[in-house]
Design a protein around this ligand. Structure first.
Ligand code: NAD
Length: 259
């Protein structure tokens, strides 16, 4: 097992890549805290892990709440006795429009892409120091390594995630704490659908969702859309001890889209 006796938490883990990761980490021997605002989704993910013989707890709450973003660390430590890894996966597409931008949506995107993960990191570092090591993974995007005409705001935030993670990597390397970034391209989750049909993107919202999804898959060099489990596999490597000398890395997992 690749994560035996490891303890970690995953945010936005009731769905998509976060859930796929949490399930995978638990199969590899980790005890995992599933953090998400979706109570039913959290319950389902915890049940799925337990049914497969793994260890998991659910922590339900809103990551735009500063207190909650810190408390998830304390709750994980209270339950499992420590913290070895964090996948700060939560994020939000934010508004597509620049003219007449919805600032509430802008703020939500800042909170979920940047603010929450910063607070969680601040709470996690002292716990990792106690263990003498730690691994943190942040979710950026291909929009974090190249400009996105449809999502300049999202792109700015995902570039920011990389700036934070790489800076942190240098700051805590001497403490044996690693910080890496994963940059998915389009992945088959509910969020991809949100991206493809944002209400402020009038041209796209007139096209049926299935057509948008098929078009997206066709435009991928591999001719298909990435599955959440394929991101989970890459996350497993970066979070596990197999990546013991990998820090400050930005792993693009996009089937050669930005190549
Ligand atoms: N899906 C993609 O194509 C894609 C591509 C690149 C990067 N990403 C990034 O991946 C991450 C999430 O992606 P996904 O596709 O796995 O998502 P998803 O749509 O499958 O799940 C998102 C989860 O976030 C939870 N959530 C939403 N608001 C929350 C809040 N305030 N507090 C706590 N939880 C909340 C939802 O309940 C849901 O379970 C984001 O950081 C996103 O920017 C996604």
């Amino acid at each position: 097992m690749r994560m035996q006796n490891s303890i970690g938490l995953v945010t936005a883990a009731a769905s998509g890549m976060g859930r796929a990761g949490a399930v995978r980490f638990a199969k590899e021997g980790a005890a995992v805290a599933i953090v998400d605002i979706d109570a039913k989704g959290v319950e389902d993910a915890v049940e799925a892990i337990k049914a497969a013989g793994g260890k998991a707890i659910g922590i339900t709450g809103d990551l735009t709440d500063d207190r909650f973003s810190k408390e998830i660390v304390a709750e994980t430590v209270r339950t499992f006795g420590g913290l070895d890894f964090v996948w700060a996966h939560a994020g939000h597409p934010g508004p597509s429009a620049l003219e007449g931008m919805d600032m509430a949506l802008f703020d939500l995107a800042v909170d979920l892409n940047l603010r929450s993960m910063t607070l969680t990191t601040g709470a996690a570092l002292p716990e990792m120091r106690k263990r003498g090591k730690g691994s943190i993974l942040y979710t950026s995007s291909t929009s974090g390594v190249r400009g996105s005409p449809h999502s300049p705001i999202y792109s700015a935030m995902k570039f920011g995630v990389i700036g934070f993670a790489r800076s942190l990597a240098k700051r805590v390397a001497h403490e044996n704490i690693r910080s890496n970034v994963i940059c998915p391209g389009g992945v088959d989750t509910p969020m991809l659908r949100t991206f493809l049909a944002r209400p402020d993107d009038k041209k796209k919202s007139a096209v049926p969702m299935n057509d948008l999804l098929e078009d997206r898959a066709r435009r991928s060099p591999m001719g298909r859309t990435c599955q959440p489990e394929e991101i989970a596999n890459a996350a497993l490597f970066l979070l596990s001890d197999e990546a013991s000398y990998v820090s400050g890395a930005v792993l693009v997992v996009d089937g050669a889209m930005v190549a």
